[in-house]
Design a protein around this ligand. Structure first.
Ligand code: GLN
Length: 538
């Protein structure tokens, strides 16, 4: 019988529920269990794909083309749980599905209500991940206990234990225990109130994980235990990690969380096998070089907007024994101050994906700077399209070349709309999305990095390299080194004679793992380390 863990959050948002859930998933897998991960988001948007990165950070894309919340990125980076569209539901999707059923007459004229219709729909979203081959499903509830919009989700997880038996369910609540400087004390009251909210709707948390800046003392743990009605050993501290998020699982192990979870759920497993993770954390803490990589984007100030890119750089850095100082550069700053001012001294330049015209010219300038000065360049999706535009204008001599996304009638539309995208009006889930195969050309940096000819990578775009320009590009030194298997779509371009200039139409950052970094990121960071060490070239 599949066991269920429900992770809720309280006091404030941004406590790192996703990271904590992912860490729990990883620790259970290290005990040999088969785990599935899921996020339920109380907001009403039907798909996270159309939400602003300013508010929600990056949109994380799965193999099956689902556009999901960025917490699913944590799940994939920490666990082997296969993720599909069934792993992320929003209130909007739940209601949409209930309303569709109502329109089809499936409720036989009954009054359709939050309880039981919406809650049943939520419960079936949870149970669809359970199965004979699954030991534990971890369901994270977005938002904070007490939010109006979370209510139906909390009600559904409360009912879930009635349906499958309390012994098969575990409620973990993540809260904040703030330190008040003026009082020189950790304060437990917000946690008491937050647990109070949960108990009001009938959920008694089994385990409390307390985020804190300073370690909890025995007194505070006892106080929290007493007021929140949990045994003292179920009050687990999760202190802020100043170094790396990848140290979170080890600190949870040190506080006994994984042992507590399996014993409370009555699962018998051996001790977790943490050897390789420990070795990874050791490498992480002991880099041999320090390099700087500029990530030039439109949302530079928002640290979650390019989350998977930053993580992938870190993974490849650890592999190359390099601590990476990521410089988040605003593309409009490149326009305003010039690339020399903002980019000089960096060991590599990366332009990530994006939509819309703002800051485009700054990205094109950044590409030119990297290309002309032999600085390793990695272009991803829009970053590839900007590389093509720059090369067209500067090297091929196509004045005014652009993507039709930014200038519909330009003299050299080197990037243009995919034919199947003409006439699409709905914004959600209508792009070229998800895993697509591609073939790599011999003698390319891409082939050298992957070490195999056939690859599969995730996509999320509408525009594409315009094949009418392949020939002039090739004769000027920009090679197509990856295409769709039928050769019709350009997936990768490289600049001949440059130390490392690779630009890809897909999103490799969604497939990088801490202990299995993505080959292209390894290649890029490796080239940046070489440039750094050969400092004289700069
Ligand atoms: N805006 C571009 C397109 O739609 C690039 C998309 C992206 O970078 N994800 O093709």
């Amino acid at each position: 019988m599949t066991k269920h863990i429900f992770v809720t959050g309280g006091v404030v948002s941004s406590l790192g529920k996703g990271l904590t859930s992912a860490s729990i998933g990883m620790l259970l897998e290290k005990r040999g269990l088969s785990v599935r991960m899921q996020k339920l988001d109380p907001y009403i948007n039907v798909d996270p794909g159309t939400m602003s990165p300013y508010q929600h950070g990056e949109v994380y894309v799965l193999d099956d083309g689902s556009e999901t919340d960025l917490d699913l990125g944590h799940y994939e980076r920490f666990t082997n749980s296969p993720l599909t569209k069934d792993c992320n539901f929003t209130t909007g999707q739940i209601y949409q599905s209930v309303i569709e059923k109502e329109r089809l007459g499936e409720y036989l004229g009954q009054t359709v209500q939050v309880i039981p219709h919406i809650t049943n729909e939520i419960k079936s979203a949870i149970s669809c991940l359970a199965g004979d081959d699954v030991d534990v499903v971890i369901t994270e509830i977005g938002g904070t206990a007490g939010d109006i919009e979370s209510q139906p989700f909390l009600e559904a997880i409360r009912q879930y234990a009635l349906d499958v038996g309390k012994e098969n369910c575990l409620y973990i609540h993540l809260t904040l225990v703030p330190y008040l400087k003026a009082a020189a004390e950790l304060k437990t009251k917000p946690t008491q109130h937050s647990v109070g909210q949960l108990r009001q709707i009938g959920i008694q948390p089994d385990i409390l994980i307390c985020r804190c800046e300073r370690s909890l003392g025995e007194d505070e743990r006892r106080k929290i235990a007493l007021f929140c009605n949990v045994p003292v050993e179920a009050v687990i501290e999760e202190k802020d990690k100043d170094f790396s998020i990848y140290e979170v699982p080890m600190s949870l192990v040190d506080h006994g969380l994984d042992q507590l979870i399996v014993s409370k759920l009555g699962i018998s497993t051996g001790e977790p096998d943490l050897e390789s993770w420990r070795a990874f954390c050791h490498r992480l803490r002991n880099p041999k070089h320090e390099i700087s990589i500029a990530v030039v984007g439109k949302y530079a100030e928002h640290k979650d907007a390019y989350k998977s890119i930053y993580e992938s750089l870190d993974h490849a850095g650890i592999e190359n024994r390099a601590q990476i100082r990521i410089q988040r550069i605003h593309s409009e700053a490149v326009e305003r101050d010039g690339p020399e001012r903002v980019l000089s001294g960096v060991d590599g330049v990366l332009v990530p994906g994006g939509f819309g015209e703002r800051g485009i010219e700054g990205k094109v300038e950044a590409v030119r700077f990297a290309r002309e000065r032999n600085i390793p360049y990695f272009g991803i999706c829009l970053g590839m399209q900007c590389a093509v535009v720059e090369f067209a204008r500067t090297v091929v001599g196509l004045e005014g070349a652009n993507s039709t996304e930014f200038e519909k009638d330009n003299p050299a539309p080197v990037i243009c709309l995919l034919e199947e995208q003409e006439g699409v009006v709905h914004k959600g889930a209508t792009m070229r999305l998800g895993a697509q195969p591609a073939l790599l050309a011999p003698d390319s940096l891409a082939l050298a990095a992957y070490g195999r000819e056939e690859i599969s990578e995730r996509h999320r775009h509408r525009y594409e390299f315009n094949n009418a320009f392949r020939q002039p590009f090739a004769s000027h030194g920009m090679q197509v080194t990856g295409t769709s298997p039928d050769g019709s779509l350009v997936e990768i371009v490289e600049v001949a004679g440059h130390p490392w200039f690779v630009a890809v139409q897909f999103h490799p950052e969604f497939k990088s793992r801490p202990t299995a970094p993505h080959p292209l990121f390894i290649g890029f960071v490796g080239a940046a380390v070489r440039r750094h060490l050969g400092g004289a070239e700069k």
